[in-house]
Design a protein around this ligand. Structure first.
Ligand SMILES: Nc1ncnc2c1ncn2[C@@H]1O[C@H](COP(=O)(O)OP(=O)(O)OP(=O)(O)O)[C@@H](O)[C@H]1O
Ligand code: SF4
Ligand SMILES: [Mg+2]
Length: 385
């Protein structure tokens, strides 16, 4: 991150308490339906199950977690593209769900998405010019031809593409360039918030850094706020001011990016971190390794109590299986008040009072094709430290 970007970010995030996004108690439950004639709901996928998420104006909030943990669904719920089953989302002080018609359309202009697969999200039959003009026209930003033309050129310059790109079609560009078009399209309507869902996952590593740097530069230039969803910890670390770690529909740890990397507290975050190689061979030799075996349990039948208890090397017989931990500031010396963790035993794990142990195999319930409950297993088998 350039020094200028860091300074700008520090200024942006200096005023605590001013939230552009304030989401409370978000749940998104998808019904599982079966039946030939009558659709019968036989269960639910608890994709997002009780999340509070605040994003400050001008900051980048990174959301990480395994595939299927609910990151994209949470991002879509914040945009109201997936209306939440429960909970409220305030954007810029306004409850999005309460908006209708023209007011909703106007508000939508403030929130734009950048997707993982730019080829899939850009209409292959439209030129770059018409792709960029589409959103501008929809929001009344292309009424004056000369102004619109000037704006198109500025947008291309901002994302590092030549003016000649305007007449070309998406397939004529490389993956990285297509993502630049996707970003220009998001920018074209002057948004306040950009939700970038795995914005660089489909790109070569060398191109990933360029696109990440571009996003950072644009944030500085246009005062943008970002929610960046990614499963790659390196990407999230580089770009984020704050990070939320998602596991099975809930946030299990949240902290400023540097604090999370310096001292991950939740057993799941520790496992995620321990999987990332460190370039320094001495540190690499000494670092903690927690190998999580067993798949993420099904979100249609999440474990009771702590969602992570079926895979947690520190699980205790009491509480872990029965009581769902809430996000809280742990009672530990030197921990910032922005560092919150959803684990009953953080203090005892940190002090060494509770030691890690082998994870026992578990039987888990799963709905079969007829909606009957089957027992399958093991859900998680063992772990090595
Ligand atoms: N429209 C839908 N109907 C039913 N289930 C859904 C729907 N969308 C998502 N899901 C389920 O919700 C859960 C969370 O999905 P989501 O796409 O949010 O996860 P994710 O963390 O973004 O994963 P990935 O890293 O693979 O993109 C998954 O089990 C998924 O199958
Ligand atoms: S609450 Fe228990 S199962 Fe959950 S992370 Fe903490 S120790 Fe592990
Ligand atoms: Mg996703």
């Amino acid at each position: 991150m350039s020094e200028a970007t860091q300074t700008a970010k520090a200024e942006h995030t200096a005023y605590d308490g001013e939230f552009l996004v304030d989401a409370k108690g978000i749940k998104v439950h998808f019904p599982i339906k079966r039946g030939v004639i009558f659709d019968k709901t036989i269960g639910h996928v608890y994709a997002v199950d009780g999340v509070d998420l605040q994003i400050r104006t001008g900051e980048t909030y990174g959301l990480v977690g395994e595939s299927g943990s609910g990151k994209s669904t949470l991002g879509r719920a914040i945009l109201n593209l997936e209306p939440p089953t429960a909970g409220t989302v305030e954007f810029d002080g306004v409850d999005i769900a309460s908006l209708k018609g023209e007011t909703l359309r106007h508000k939508r202009q403030d929130i734009q998405m950048v997707f993982q697969d730019p080829m899939g999200s850009l209409d292959p039959r439209q030129t770059v010019e018409s792709l960029l003009l589409e959103g501008m026209k929809a929001h009344g930003l292309a009424k004056d031809g000369a102004q619109a033309n000037k704006r198109l050129r500025e947008l291309l310059q901002a994302v590092g593409l030549p003016v000649a790109a305007l007449k070309k079609y998406p397939h004529e560009f490389s993956g990285g360039q297509r993502q630049r078009i996707g970003i220009a399209r998001a920018l074209s309507v002057n948004p306040k918030l950009i939700v970038a869902d795995e914005p660089v996952s489909a790109l070569d590593v060398s191109v990933q850094a360029q696109v990440i740097n571009l996003l950072e530069d644009l944030q500085e230039e246009f005062g943008l706020t970002y929610l960046v969803v990614a499963h790659d910890l390196a990407v999230v670390r580089h770009i984020s001011d704050r990070i939320g770690v998602m596991y099975l529909g809930g946030i299990c740890e949240e902290a400023d990016a540097d604090d999370l990397y310096a001292q991950p507290l939740h057993p799941y975050t520790r496992a995620l971190m321990s999987a990332v190689p460190v370039p320094d061979p001495l540190v690499e030799d000494r670092r903690e390794r927690i190998i999580l075996t067993g798949d993420l349990p099904s979100p249609s039948n999440p474990p009771k109590g702590c969602r992570f208890h079926t895979r947690c090397p520190w699980r205790q017989e009491t509480k872990c299986d029965t009581e769902r931990p809430v996000l809280r500031i742990p009672d530990l010396p030197g921990i910032a008040t922005s560092h919150r963790v959803a684990c009953h035993w953080t203090e005892q794990i940190e002090s060494g009072e509770i030691q890690s142990h082998e994870v026992k195999a578990q039987l888990v319930e799963q709905h079969d094709a007829d909606g009957e409950v089957d027992l399958i297993g093991p859900a998680s088998i063992s772990e090595a430290l």
